[in-house]
Design a protein around this ligand. Structure first.
Ligand code: FES
Length: 318
């Protein structure tokens, strides 16, 4: 289990589109943890007893604070609401990280950043880093309308403002993101990064791959997912303890094992954060997460125990 640290809110700005921009420093007075572009923080929300992941949107070169942007999302399970209520100046949060499941390939000759709504947050840290490295990049930022476009003023004033292209659903067709027009030709040294609502991500990923961009060059970060964790019953054997249990159609591995005293750490519980990754020794996995890459899925030697299932019997290395 990773050590947590208490961070204090030193500033909060309510930006357009119901997005709270929250600056944090360790309560202890130490310097904030350093991070790489694409990293996130795990933030514990005691009111709703949930851990939530928020991408860092500050400049990775910034040493004075860490900044996250949090959308107040009416469809969330209460996490974003709890942050908006609690994150007042001086409030404290238990935090783990930074962790980076969305690292930037700094060797790319061309980088395309595609952020949908709040999915722009990791892209801002990436844009800062790519600009500092003098790299060729473009940031496409898609929102419903200019009125809900957080970070707009910052991005317009950024030293790389000429590399930021805004796209708004409620404006002329020709300024909307057109993947056939706006994506570069596929190339081994061209990398795409996408983060946003699931429909936006699916659209970008499907079109990019159909256009010939290699799957490993299309990097993705899901911040939530509609995960269906139900399915046929299967058996799980825990190799270390010798326990064997049945996972029913509506059960998950994590929930059933917890009832038998075997705790697997979870955070998102919807297959996007990777906290619950568990090694699999035998059996066919029915992957339901958005976290593992295609190659990792095909290896069939690990699964996200919060949502993925098995066919027949799985033997886990726990
Ligand atoms: S708890 Fe996040 S992927 Fe399982």
């Amino acid at each position: 289990m990773t050590a947590s640290q208490i961070y204090k809110v030193i500033d909060r700005t309510d930006d357009r589109g119901n997005i709270a921009r929250i600056r944090l420093v360790p309560e202890s007075g130490e310097a904030p943890a350093r991070f790489e572009a694409g990293a996130h923080l795990d933030v514990y929300l005691p009111d709703v007893d949930l851990w939530r992941q928020y991408s860092l949107c500050s400049n990775p070169a910034e040493t004075g604070f860490l900044e996250i942007g949090v959308l107040k999302d009416p469809n969330s399970r209460g996490g974003s609401d709890a942050v908006h209520r609690a994150a007042v100046k001086g409030a404290t949060f238990k935090i783990e990280g930074p962790r980076n499941h969305f690292p930037l390939d700094e060797t790319a000759t061309k980088t395309v950043l595609l952020g949908g709504g709040i999915g722009v947050t990791p892209m801002i840290a990436m844009a800062e880093r790519l600009h500092a490295l003098g790299k060729d990049f473009v940031l496409h930022y898609c929102t419903r309308s200019e009125d809900v476009t957080a970070f707009k003023d910052q991005l317009r004033a950024a030293p790389y403002a000429d590399r930021v292209v805004f796209h708004h659903d409620d404006q002329d067709e020709d300024q909307r993101l057109d993947l056939a027009r706006d994506l570069p030709a596929p190339d081994a040294d061209t990398h795409l990064y996408v983060c946003g609502p699931q429909g936006f991500m699916d659209w970008v990923i499907t079109n990019a791959e159909a256009a010939g961009h290699a799957t490993p060059n299309v990097h993705r970060e899901y911040f939530s997912a509609d995960v269906d964790a139900s399915g046929d019953s299967f058996e799980v054997e825990c190799a270390q303890s010798g326990l064997t249990v049945e996972i029913g159609p509506e059960d998950t591995i994590v929930r059933v094992l917890a009832k038998h005293g075997i705790e697997i750490e979870v955070k998102c519980e919807e297959g996007v954060c990777g906290t619950c990754i568990t090694d699999v020794l035998e059996g066919e996995i029915d992957h339901r997460d958005q976290f593992l890459t295609e190659e990792e899925r095909e290896d069939m030697d690990q699964l996200c125990a919060c949502c993925s299932r098995g066919k027949g019997k799985l033997v886990l290395d726990i």
